[in-house]
Design a protein around this ligand. Sequence first.
Ligand SMILES: Cc1cc2nc3c(=O)[nH]c(=O)nc-3n(C[C@H](O)[C@H](O)[C@H](O)COP(=O)(O)OP(=O)(O)OC[C@H]3O[C@@H](n4cnc5c(N)ncnc54)[C@H](O)[C@@H]3O)c2cc1C
Length: 502
Amino acid sequence: MDTEKKSKVVIVGGGSAGWMTAAALSHLLPRDRFAITLIESKTIGTVSVGEATIPSILEFNQMLGIDEAEFLSFTHGSFKLGIEFHDWYKKGHQYMHPFGPYGVNMNGIPFHHYWLKDKLQGKEDPLSDYCLEYQAALNNKFCHPQAQSRSAMANIKYAYHFDAVKYAEYLSAFSVKRGVNKIIAQITKVHQHAQTQDISSVALSNGELIEGDLFIDCSGFKGLLIAQTLKVGFEDWRQYLPCDSAIAQPSESLSTIKPYTISTAHECGWQWQIPLQHRIGNGFVFSSQFLSKDLAIDCLAKRLPSKALSEPRQLNWINGKRQQAWKNNCIAIGLSAGFIEPLESTGLQLIQSAIMRLLSLFPSGRCQQVDIDTYNRYTDDELWRIRDFIILHYKATQRNDSAFWRYCASMPIPDSLQNKIELYQSSGRIFRENNELFSEISWLSVMNGQGLVPKAYHPLVNNLSEQQRQQNLSHIAGAMREAEQQMPDHKAYLQKYCRVST
Ligand SMILES: Cc1cc2nc3c(=O)[nH]c(=O)nc-3n(C[C@H](O)[C@H](O)[C@H](O)COP(=O)(O)OP(=O)(O)OC[C@H]3O[C@@H](n4cnc5c(N)ncnc54)[C@H](O)[C@@H]3O)c2cc1C
């Protein structure tokens, strides 16, 4: 890009992806060198269902200097300590994927091997006893990390639930305050340089022509620039992840605000419950191959936890990713770059990591192929690993009560996931690959929760005497219980910290 004049960055789309990108770029790029424009269409609208997050969102907000209490009050947000899975392994069974760790590693060996020895000896010793976030969630408790505490309270790991529409509104005001030129209009034509095929400008329904040096495609599933203009193909993962539709419908709040997301498996998919301060976000995710829209609407209506607040809304997608997220001078961020169904709340995280990757490879002139290739390689790697983690939930199940679950249990899976499962089953070992998003704790939670049982624990566990091992386990479980008892009720905490101002 020419540094003599201002470089023009054009963001197409004003959903969460567009506004998260605009917020980060307007905060970090110097205003005297960059002009940022965001174009959104009120006619086309946004997906607006990204309401559950994972802990990395805290880093994003901190990078922007966002005040947490003000943010949560504005977005009607609540705290999230993990996801509780009901009926996934088999009907009547439940487990949690908490954000915090289990116990503490001892002598360099991950904690769960010490616990596994008990399990392999047939003792009923739930892993949940050793995780503070898990215990707090089950008891509807929450507080911020207590830096001065010498217990697990010092490092409580949490994320947020929030209203997606309010989130975009918040970031929009944030970005406009920092100089982003917001245009409400529909893009009717995209122009490219004849020789390079770079995107040169977009024509708007209001007659304006917006030129740019760098275009960020945040236009949602259709990928207005990356797919429709630059013709980048799509890697389709339907054979591994058959759910391609959702019905979303909010309902009234209950007296308790749970500090976790609930995911309940049903015959042909699963249902989410996301408790906010003012309502519960609900949705039913299903595969259109196995269930009709009308039955899905019916299924959700019967299982809403409280009175519906609006009509059901349908969403459709294909799980998969764009073959290249960055091509020429266009970077796809958000749904235009790919989507993995919302089971582990990874949508906003993928936007965040794309923004961070873009910042670290930000072009200083014309986009360089080496930067583009690096960006695309890391994007692919991130998505493939997350895809494997999501597939695990469907594959490792004992459910066979419907054609949907029988398909999931028998479907082929990627070798990368097969290797992970085999390693865990043979020796309880888990390795985090290439800095992948989900840590050993996450993989352990889901592999254990989905009923996978290793044949053996780490041999060095036996370096601890049996008496010492038992003492350590009961000391850790006791410390978790004690810490949980000191934590306040989640709803009371919200009311004090970030009550929604009316
Ligand atoms: C069922 C479901 C549940 C989800 N749950 C979660 C969750 O719990 N947590 C999570 O992190 N993520 C979740 N996600 C993902 C999350 O919703 C998305 O990642 C997020 O909303 C980003 O969407 P987006 O901004 O890419 O696209 P969109 O919201 O679709 O925005 C597209 C934008 O492009 C604009 N646009 C399109 N075409 C034009 C045009 N021609 N001219 C001008 N403007 C145009 C539109 O006006 C709009 O502003 C979920 C997704 C789905 C489908």
